[in-house]
Write a protein that binds this ligand. Structure first.
Ligand code: BJW
Length: 265
């Protein structure tokens, strides 16, 4: 990144009173968690995005649970990287200096919270929780495996194993019906309160950072353009140019585990 650009960004950052950040899968890539699009988004012969749908779960809950069994084991064993840690440290600084800091993450892996971030909105839910398909009870569940039938299942190189009967898949503690991961799949609405908070954040922030996201999934993809349309600065951190990159005031190319600590220090 050019030194001039970096100095300009840092000056702006130090003057900002209300900073919001949107992160995507790229922020966790350096922790060993694959992103959704591109080669790391494949699980067996499936695109991860094709399994993240209510239709996939309705037609093959066993397959989708195997996929999430594997995703949970990767996420639970992963450690926050320098990008997560820089954001947590920057939030502490904002708190000390009486400035507003809000982290909106599309990630379900919990790594921002592990890193120490406090004001985090997990807009696509959390892989650490399950929700009952019948009574809608939401429960934190860190069991590995999540049920006996999923022991040893979910290996991305595995496959062609027989489907697990629904009665042996993870069950609700309250009503014993099938549970599913507490995440937002395509075609599902984001939690109404979470969305309301997001709207308030994008309407009021005076600086917006967008980190490690392809910015193709809505409504999150609309946040940065909305802030830019309000005339407020947006800074993007990504290893690749994404469709909206050229429209933002700042673009820092490179792995965010390197670029973000340099920009926030
Ligand atoms: C690095 C890096 C490094 C790599 N450093 N960078 C308006 C217009 C058109 C369509 C819609 C619309 N509104 C809603 C829709 C439909 C749909 C949608 O957006 N579809 C699009 C594909 C067009 N949206 C929805 O269905 C949403 N619901 C909704 O809006 O309800 C109302 C409604 C419904 C239907 C119609 C209209 C309205 C829900 C979206 C839920 C998304 N769920 C998932 C799965 C979550 C669970 C799980 O994780 O298991 O969320 S899909 C997946 O995509 C996941 C992610 O959070 C999300 C975004 O992906 P992300 O994070 O950007 O990852 P990648 O892989 O795409 O990108 C990684 C980036 O990192 C890349 O840019 C790399 O270059 C970069 N990178 N390493 C820095 N080291």
């Amino acid at each position: 990144m050019s030194t001039r650009k970096l100095l300009d960004f840092r000056n702006l950052l130090s003057e900002s009173k209300n900073i919001a950040i949107l992160t995507g899968a790229g922020v966790s890539a350096e922790s060993g968690i694959g992103t959704f699009r591109g080669p790391s988004g494949m699980w067996r012969t499936h695109n991860a995005v094709d399994l993240a749908t209510p239709t996939a779960f309705a037609s093959n809950p066993s397959l989708v649970w195997e996929f999430y069994q594997w995703r949970r084991s990767v996420a639970f064993n992963a450690k926050p990287n320098d990008a997560h840690l820089a954001l947590a440290k920057f939030e502490e600084r904002c708190n000390r200096e009486n400035r507003q800091f809000t982290l909106l993450t599309q990630n379900v892996d919990g790594l921002h919270i592990k890193a120490g971030s406090k004001n985090v909105l997990e807009i696509h839910g959390s892989i650490r929780k399950v929700v009952c398909t019948k009574c809608k009870f939401v429960d934190e569940n860190l069991d590995q495996p999540i049920c006996e039938a999923l022991r040893g299942r979910g290996d991305p190189n595995g496959g062609n194993q027989s489907a697990i009967p629904v009665g042996e898949l993870p069950k609700c503690k309250r009503c014993s019906s099938l549970v599913r991961p507490f995440v937002v799949w395509f075609g599902e609405n984001l939690d109404r309160d979470v969305l309301k908070k997001c709207r308030k954040v994008v309407e009021t922030c005076d600086l917006f950072l967008v980190v490690g996201t392809s910015s193709v999934v809505y409504p999150a993809a609309s946040f940065a353009p909305f802030v830019a349309d309000r005339g407020k600065p947006v800074a993007e951190f990504n290893i690749e140019d994404e469709p909206a990159s050229s429209t933002f005031q700042f673009y820092f190319a490179g792995p965010c585990g390197t670029t973000l600590p340099a920009a926030l220090s």
